[in-house]
Design a protein around this ligand. Sequence first.
Ligand SMILES: Nc1ncnc2c1ncn2[C@@H]1O[C@H](COP(=O)(O)OP(=O)(O)OP(=O)(O)O)[C@@H](O)[C@H]1O
Ligand SMILES: [Mg+2]
Length: 258
Amino acid sequence: MTTKYIIKLINLHKAFGPKVISRDLNLSIVEGEFLAIIGRSGEGKSVLLKQMIGLIKPDSGTVIVDDTDLTTAKGHEAQDKVFQSCGYVFQFAALLDSLSVAENVGITLIEAGMTEKEVLPLVKDKLLSVGLDPAIASRYPSELSGGMKKRVGLARTLMRRPKILIYDEPTTGLDPISVRMIHELMRKTHDENKTTTVVISHDPDVFNYADRVAMLHEGRILYVGDAKTIWQEENPYIHQFIRGLSQGPITMISEKAK
Ligand SMILES: Nc1ncnc2c1ncn2[C@@H]1O[C@H](COP(=O)(O)OP(=O)(O)OP(=O)(O)O)[C@@H](O)[C@H]1O
Ligand SMILES: [Mg+2]
């Protein structure tokens, strides 16, 4: 069976002023895989995801999502393709504070013309599927814990049934048990909906759920390997990063002037 790549990033280059964020970056994501992307703070992981979904345009290089080249697409073609194929779960959930949980989760259907009454049962089903009590539909984001907000953010993204799910640090700020529960939920969602999953994470627990791990370092994908054998990996960058060691090839300057 030939491998189908659902996302291909080819020779990406992106700079903000003099600061180079992506340099000759290449990454191919296999349809149906669960890929974790790791790398230090400020390395450009969020910028990489934003290039993947067309929110940030690379200065040069090619981004192919589900057979569409976003970098050469005309008019709304790139935006439409991303909207149709990709669901993006934002860092910190990004819920709208002035809207109820039901309105947050149902927002795309409400915007598409459905009434709140029509949307409510669908929202409640989705809340249940991410492990939340459907009764919270009438609550506001300020009344929820961090872990609940992240689940609501996921429920909102799942309403569109995307075939590619992209998460930017979905577990930051959660306790270890909640981290595990979110990872379990992400894997269950991945398996049940047969999606492709891409997640940026700092938490080694994600290796228990991912198929492959890619490491971003100094603007490039320095390593891609099997998540199951990551703790035996001899690559010195991986060895240092996943153990959080201060000694090794990765320098401790938090953000280099590139
Ligand atoms: N729109 C922008 N304009 C200018 N600089 C930007 C912009 N977006 C990101 N950057 C810069 O690009 C670099 C990479 O940012 P990015 O948010 O991708 O890092 P990250 O790896 O996701 O970090 P973290 O783990 O802290 O979330 C940072 O130095 C950031 O200041
Ligand atoms: Mg980030």
